[in-house]
Design a protein around this ligand. Structure first.
Ligand code: CDP
Ligand code: CDP
Length: 225
């Protein structure tokens, strides 16, 4: 069997990264690491502790008492061993996560853990800095995009179908603000790696998106002549 690959999927908010990553991981029998969920869980912990994000030593001490993990059975994110999957996807966390993810000490801790988790390959990670920082030598790098209005519609219907009471304007404001903060921060800003493949899925449905991703995986496994 072919050697296990490391696959990096980056892009803006709500453009289909995690859906693609999860589906490809299932097909390939790889593990999937949702790095955004890690930043979301840390954000929840910092909110609960009421820490001032400008207070570096308070942030450091909260971080040192925080463990993030994934439950192997369903990939739900665990904060200090407790499943917080249902608490991290709402706007309360979404509205603060980019501020938290801009902190270098938070990034350092998350990147270290992500590198350890992915060290053996056979892994797909999705996030903002996977192909540029976490695994710059990944075998395949995808940069996923979709039009902003499409992304807003998709995230809105996702939240509504999960029973969250949100308005379209709130979702729109959050996605635009996070796109801006994530792309302009000093530490590991969101950008497409030079050797990434751009995958615009504005006009693709889920099935077509996954097919396109699977084709790209198959291509790198075919020896070039
Ligand atoms: O699902 P969505 O695209 O809305 O966001 P996410 O992937 O769950 O990521 C939430 C936030 O975490 C992002 O807006 C970034 O601020 C941060 N993040 C990051 O900085 N680096 C990563 N590798 C992943 C997420
Ligand atoms: O991980 P990221 O935030 O980039 O996006 P996602 O959570 O995978 O996708 C956001 C929502 O859009 C999900 O509900 C997906 O099912 C949906 N989606 C879609 O309907 N069609 C696509 N081509 C891609 C995503």
């Amino acid at each position: 069997s072919p050697p296990p690959l490391t696959i990096a999927i980056d892009g803006y908010s709500a453009c289909g990264k995690s859906t693609l990553a999860r589906a490809l991981a299932r097909r390939l029998g790889y593990s999937y690491i949702d790095t955004g969920a890690m930043y979301r869980a840390v954000t929840l912990q910092l909110q609960r502790s009421g820490v001032d994000l400008d207070d570096e030593s308070a942030v450091a001490s909260t971080l040192s008492e925080t463990t993030i993990g994934f439950r192997p059975t369903d990939n739900h994110v665990l904060l200090n061993g407790v499943d917080v999957e249902d608490q991290i996807r709402g706007l309360n966390v979404s509205n603060m996560v980019s501020q938290v993810a801009a902190l270098s000490q938070v990034r350092r801790a998350m990147v270290d853990q992500q590198r350890r988790m992915g060290a053996d390959g056979g892994v797909i990670l999705d996030g903002r800095d996977i192909g540029t920082v976490v695994f710059p030598d990944a075998d395949l790098k995808l940069f996923v995009t979709a039009d902003i209005e499409t992304r807003i519609d998709r995230r809105l219907s996702e939240l509504l179908s999960n029973g969250q009471e949100v308005r379209r304007e709130e979702v729109a404001a959050n996605l635009k603000e996070r796109d801006h903060i994530d792309s302009s921060r000093a530490d590991s800003p969101l950008r497409m790696a030079d050797d990434a493949i751009l995958l615009d899925n504005t006009h693709l449905n889920l099935e077509q998106l996954v097919e396109r991703g699977a084709e790209l995986v198959a291509q790198i496994r075919t020896p070039k002549r």
